[in-house]
Design a binder for this molecule. Structure first.
Ligand code: FES
Length: 182
């Protein structure tokens, strides 16, 4: 059957797009990474119990967790892709789209807010050349986001750069913090 034209426009070819995405997917769990997953599974009573660390492996290898990555994890752990997606979308630490090499999280919840967290955010946006929250800098190095309480309210403003936790960040410290990142 010929696809109908709506408003004179060709409808998107979703089927070929999905097919192309599947064909281009390069599995994460091969070689050493598959062996790492197999070893991980020996430490949990069920495959399902290893879901969070398995997703963490995907994010470590790829930098984010795509729909195909979720489907691959589902296959490895005998879960449905929908179940895995539900978990990924619940936890904000899993990236559902590509982010910069350095993922910068700044606490802007009220206690940090009244100590100047917004100015820290502005300094990061300016010095990383991202300009906007959630946008990755042109060379792919930085993504800056605001987050809720990081549990260091007495040390405003706390910032996480990937897994590194940094307390008492002020706008004037931002250039030096960024300069030491390779
Ligand atoms: S409010 Fe910022 S760390 Fe708690």
């Amino acid at each position: 059957m010929t696809a109908e034209l709506v408003g004179g426009l060709e409808p998107p070819d979703y089927a070929s797009h999905d097919r192309a995405a599947r064909e281009q997917y390069d599995p994460v769990f091969t070689g050493d990474v598959k062996r790492e997953l197999d070893e991980l599974l020996t430490r949990y009573p069920t495959k399902m119990a290893a879901l969070l660390p398995a997703l963490w492996i995907v994010q470590r290898v790829r930098g984010w967790v795509s729909d195909q990555g979720m489907a691959e994890v589902a296959g490895q752990l005998d879960l449905t892709p929908a179940y895995v997606k539900g978990v990924v979308t619940f936890y904000t630490m899993y990236h559902q789209h590509p982010v910069g090499k350095y993922f910068i999280q700044v606490c802007t919840t009220s206690p940090c807010g009244i100590c100047g967290a917004e100015d820290v955010v502005k300094a990061f946006l300016r010095h990383t050349n991202t300009g906007e929250l959630g946008i990755t800098s042109p060379e792919g190095r930085f993504t800056v986001i605001e987050v809720e309480c990081l549990g260091a309210c007495g040390f405003a403003t706390p910032v996480m750069i990937n897994e590194e936790f940094i307390e008492s960040v002020t706008p004037d410290k931002v250039p030096d913090l960024l300069a030491r990142l390779t």
